[in-house]
Unconditional design. Structure first.
Length: 145
């Protein structure tokens, strides 16, 4: 008899603990996977920071992707080919990055979420020698993440 009473009390205690709303855990939702960064590239004429019509289309696409991502940021990196001095190419690649940033801002991306950097002629897309006129190296990369 004592044994049955003990089992009933234990069972009642366990059931009571399960039904206590203060002890229950909040419902969980599955973690949303972080969306992968999206990368774009724009290209420039020799010595230029002028954005072509194709570049403006690409920048517009990047701005639209930014608007679909919550808490996104944008990294804009300017590059140059090896024509000219390294110091001149660093300045040119920064001006290119700034031109793209300005176009992104005009497209609705807040300036505060955009980081610009310049790599000059140090990170070539196409490996060339010095003073090589290579259009693919004159670019800006836009990464939305």
């Amino acid at each position: 008899m004592f044994k049955r009473l003990f089992v009933l009390i234990a069972a009642a205690s366990l059931l009571g603990a399960c039904n206590n709303p203060g002890d229950s855990l909040p419902p969980t939702t599955p973690a949303q996977p972080a969306s992968a960064p999206v990368s774009y590239m724009t290209f420039f004429e020799l010595g230029s920071t002028k954005l072509s019509e194709q570049s403006m289309t690409t920048i517009s696409q990047a701005a639209q992707v930014y608007k679909t991502k919550a808490n996104a940021n944008v990294v804009v990196v300017g590059y140059a080919d090896t024509v000219g001095s390294p110091a001149m190419n660093m300045q040119l690649s920064q001006r290119r990055a700034n031109a793209v940033k300005d176009a992104l801002v005009a497209g609705g991306v807040p300036a505060t979420v955009i980081t610009t950097t310049a790599d000059g002629d140090t990170s070539l897309l196409v490996d060339t020698g010095p003073q090589a006129n290579q259009p693919k190296n004159r670019r800006v990369q836009i990464v939305v993440n």
